[in-house]
Design a protein around this ligand. Structure first.
Ligand SMILES: [Zn+2]
Length: 92
């Protein structure tokens, strides 16, 4: 009988062949949502939604974007934020 915590369709079911010739179902962890923009909530491109043990294996370029506020704000929100910051600068 399956554990109650695993009786959900959001976990990926993987059929594994056992040494005795039988098969068994293993449950993979739920796939994380991935990064979203801190301002508008839109999913960020270039940030892979991976499990922690998978994140440790991938390159730095798949974890974040090499732009200021990359991996935190989407390009549209960054453009707006930079414009607003430049307009509120007080030139003395
Ligand atoms: Zn945004």
């Amino acid at each position: 009988m399956t554990r109650p915590s695993q009786r959900t369709r959001s976990r990926k079911h993987i059929s594994k062949a056992l040494p005795g010739g039988r098969t068994n179902i293993h449950f993979k962890r739920e796939v994380p949502k991935g990064g979203g923009c801190a301002s508008c909530g839109k999913p960020l491109a270039g940030v892979s939604p991976l499990l922690p043990y998978e994140i440790r294996k991938v390159n730095k370029t798949r974890k974040s974007i090499s732009r200021i506020y990359g991996g935190h704000l989407c390009p549209n929100c960054l453009k707006i934020a930079l414009k607003q910051a430049a307009r509120t600068l007080s030139v003395v």
